[in-house]
Design a protein. Structure first.
Length: 118
């Protein structure tokens, strides 16, 4: 499994932007499909965005479509989540995840807190 470490979370105001990073260990990063998930207090973890190993394909939850952009730099073993026009409802712990051959994501980071004040 790949080791994942998120960074970039923080406290921002509604309408602000934030960029999260997910650094991965290992030399086969480009083979992994990657994803971002989030979990708000009292709620289940939910899908935010995903990106293919090459970066050519991406998918988004309806709630973030048009505001968030997922990208990756395979040379740096890093995935990003650019979050614009943040809303208080975006407040959550954000996790990055990876999968190689399994249909479900099976490697997870520890999470980074994003808090959006109104």
């Amino acid at each position: 499994q790949v080791q994942l470490v998120e960074s970039g979370g923080g406290l921002v105001q509604a309408g602000d932007s934030l960029r999260l990073s997910c650094a991965a260990s290992g030399r086969t990063f480009s083979r992994y499909a990657m994803g971002w998930f989030r979990q708000a207090p009292g709620k289940q973890r939910e899908f935010v965005a995903s990106i293919s190993g090459s970066g050519a394909g991406a998918a988004y939850a309806d709630s973030v479509l048009g505001r968030f952009t997922v990208s990756r730099d395979n040379a740096k073993n890093t995935m990003y989540l650019q979050m614009n026009s943040l809303k208080p409802d975006d407040t959550a712990v954000y996790y990055c995840a990876a999968r190689l051959t399994t249909p479900d994501f099976d490697s997870w980071g520890q999470g980074t807190q994003v808090t959006v004040s109104s």
